[in-house]
Structures are given as structure tokens and as C-alpha cells.
Design a protein around this ligand. Structure first.
Ligand code: PLP
Length: 365
């Protein structure tokens, strides 16, 4: 099996596994005052220092969550309370479905390369006097396209709007720094950079602290912003994975580019290639084959890729991301190949051969 679905989840890094095992042996609850509790609290504090150091935020404003979905929902519902919420057309469902019932929302269009249309955003920002929260992802999960967050932040500041950035696919792959990005909050998820599933974080900017109403009040953990005993092993694993990902960056773009060159020759259409992109991600459209059929054919040939909406590989939905980019009918004909941190160097050769076989077998005469 050759795993090419890193944007669904990255393989666990050995450093992360070791940290998880260590934390599993720690008995205490970080909220307990006795020695065992203090030991667990020290580990939790250490993980918080690591995550906030890498993301440019303060330790006080790093809220641990169960993952990217929860971090996004916490931000959108918390910062978005009473505000109009403008959401990028290519956002993940974790953000698209986050606003509370009855919230006033709007969609920010993207251009054909998948990047937020900044002119349209500017028009939307001045079209209402209501306070606004803008939600734009740093890197897209299906195409890898990277948005100009600093420019978007500038527009938001000018209009007095808040900016939430879903950095789930970007963290560990490209620099993510809440201050440098000019965001009010960013969401990250441990399993997207080689940590275990079940841990994420919401980082909040210091200069404009926003009182977050917790979705789960519970015992008031995380400074009252997220109740419930923190998942120490998953959080420790996330921090170790982030350290490891940033300590040993690997440029996967030559492998991605080789896959794209071969796919083009097999008749594929590429998406988002004129925009800055994550080096590990490509979205290939084969006009004569549904994405789901491609996924199955490649699976039978030993390759794990995804089709359509990324996190829900079980569904055969047409991609709302490609639709927003203007691909129309073809939006249901795409697969996403996302290379993991530990992919073998011969992946391009092997994948390209399988892709060519598949494309040729089904090509209409
Ligand atoms: N945001 C993006 C861009 C994602 O790709 C995903 C998952 O694929 C999420 C949020 C949700 O993250 P999690 O799986 O940690 O809930």
C-alpha cells in the first residue's frame, strides 16, 4: 500500500508516538493539586509552550481542543457572536458549518486559481455597518492553494473586522505565525502534521483578546474557554509532532511536480497550479472518470488517495472547492494526491504508472 492521503491524516511521527507513550504513563489529572497532578500539569504546560512558540502566540492564549473542527467552531461561534460572518468559498466544512443557527453569513468568492478574491472581500466588508468576522483558510485541503492572509488581514483591519484563519493544513508544512499573519485566531490540528488524532489548538491574538464562550463549560479548564480534562497524551503527541515537522522540513514539490507532469500526459487537468500551493498536494481532474471511480481503481492498484470533499472520503460528493473555482461538471471528477512526510522517493514513478494505466483503460475511444 502506498499512502498518498496526508491531508486526510499524516502518518504518526516516531517522536510523537514516544511522547504519547510517555504521557500515557502519567497518572495525574493536570487539574489536581497533588504531586501527580502537578507532574501532569507540567507536561501540559510544556506542550502549550511548544505549540504557542511555533505559532507565534502567547502561552495564555493557546486553547487546547479535540482537533481542528472544534478549534474552528470555538473561534467562529465565540468571536463571531453577534457579528456577520463572511466565509471563504473554499473553506472546509468545519468552518462552513460552524456558525450558529440564525447567524448572518456570507460567502467570499475565490478566483479561478482558488485564491480569495480580495476585491470582492473589500466590497463585502464596506457593504454593511455590522461588525464582521472573516474566516479564510491559510492552505486549502483539496488543492493546497495558499491564501494571501496578510493582505486579507490588512483589509480586515481597515474595516475593523476580525479575522479567523483555519491553518489546519498549513501548520507543520509552511510557516504559521499568528502575529506575522495578522490574524485574530488560528486553528491547528495535531494529526495533520504527524501527531495523534484527537488534539488541536485554537490560538488567539493577544492584542485584541476576545472573551470566548466555551462550547463545553465543564470544569472550567483552559482558562474557562474549553471544559473537560485535557487529552494529555494526544496533546503531548501533537507538540512533539510539531517540533519534529519543523525540525526536519522536506520539500515534496519535486515529487508532486513529477506526478503532475505525468498526469497531464495521461489527459488530466490540474487545478490551482498558478497559485502558491502546499508542496505535498495536487488535485487532478480526469474528465472521463468520476473521482470516486478513480479512488477505487487506484485503491485496487495499491494507492490511497481521496476524492471530492477531503475529510469525507466515504462520500462521493462533487467538490465545492472546485465548483467555486469554476470547474462546473468536472468538480466530481477529481482526486487529491497528498504526499505524507515519510513518502518513498519512488512514489512519483509508481503513482504515475498506475494513473496512466487507469486513465488509458477508461479513456473513451
Ligand atoms: N480544516 C481543514 C482545512 C481540514 O482539512 C480539516 C480536516 O481535514 C479540518 C479543518 C478538521 O480537522 P480535524 O480533523 O482535526 O477535526
Amino acid at each position: 500500500m502506498i499512502y498518498c492521503d496526508a491531508n486526510a491524516t499524516e502518518p504518526v511521527r516516531p517522536e510523537s508516538l514516544a511522547a504519547v507513550m510517555d504521557a500515557m504513563r502519567t497518572t495525574g489529572n493536570p487539574s489536581s493539586s497533588h504531586k501527580a497532578g502537578r507532574v501532569a500539569r507540567a507536561l501540559l504546560d510544556q506542550a502549550r509552550r511548544t505549540v504557542s512558540k511555533h505559532m507565534g502566540g502567547s502561552v495564555e492564549n493557546c486553547v487546547f481542543t479535540s482537533g481542528g473542527t472544534e478549534a474552528n467552531v470555538l473561534a467562529v461561534r465565540g468571536i463571531g457572536q453577534g457579528r456577520r460572518i463572511l466565509i471563504g468559498a473554499t473553506e472546509h466544512d468545519a468552518v462552513r458549518r460552524a456558525p450558529e443557527e440564525g447567524a448572518r453569513t456570507g460567502i467570499i468568492p475565490v478566483s479561478e486559481n482558488g485564491i480569495i478574491d480580495c476585491e470582492a472581500l473589500e466590497t463585502q466588508l464596506v457593504s454593511s455597518s455590522q461588525a464582521t468576522l472573516v474566516c479564510v483558510m491559510l492552505a486549502n485541503n483539496e488543492t493546497g492553494v495558499i491564501n494571501p492572509i496578510r493582505e486579507i488581514s490588512r483589509l480586515c483591519r481597515k474595516a475593523g473586522a476580525k479575522l479567523h484563519v483555519d491553518a489546519v493544513q498549513a501548520a507543520g508544512r509552511v510557516p504559521v505565525d499568528i502575529l506575522a499573519l495578522g490574524a485574530d485566531s488560528i486553528a491547528v490540528s495535531g494529526h495533520k502534521f504527524g501527531g495523534p488524532k484527537g488534539a488541536g489548538a485554537l490560538l488567539l491574538a493577544d492584542q485584541a483578546p476576545v472573551p470566548l464562550s466555551p462550547m463545553l463549560a465543564g470544569g472550567g479548564q483552559e482558562r474557562g474557554r474549553r471544559g473537560g480534562t485535557p487529552a494529555l497524551p494526544a496533546i503531548m503527541g501533537m507538540a512533539a509532532a510539531l517540533d519534529a515537522a519543523l525540525a526536519s522540513p522536506r520539500d515534496l514539490s519535486p515529487l508532486r511536480d513529477a506526478i503532475e507532469m505525468a498526469a497531464l500526459q495521461s489527459g488530466a487537468i490540474l487545478s490551482g497550479t498558478s497559485a502558491p500551493r502546499l508542496a505535498n498536494t495536487t488535485c487532478l481532474i480526469l474528465p472521463w472518470m468520476k473521482g470516486e471511480a478513480q479512488l477505487i481503481a487506484l485503491d485496487l492498484d495499491g494507492f490511497c488517495v481521496s476524492a471530492g470533499a477531503a475529510c469525507s472520503s466515504g462520500k462521493a460528493a462533487s467538490s465545492h472547492v472546485l465548483e467555486a473555482m469554476g470547474f462546473g461538471e468536472l468538480s466530481g471528477h477529481a482526486i487529491r494526491v497528498s504526499l505524507p512526510w515519510n513518502v518513498e522517493a519512488d512514489v512519483a514513478e509508481r503513482f504515475s504508472a498506475a494513473y496512466e494505466r487507469m486513465a488509458a483503460r477508461r479513456r473513451p475511444i
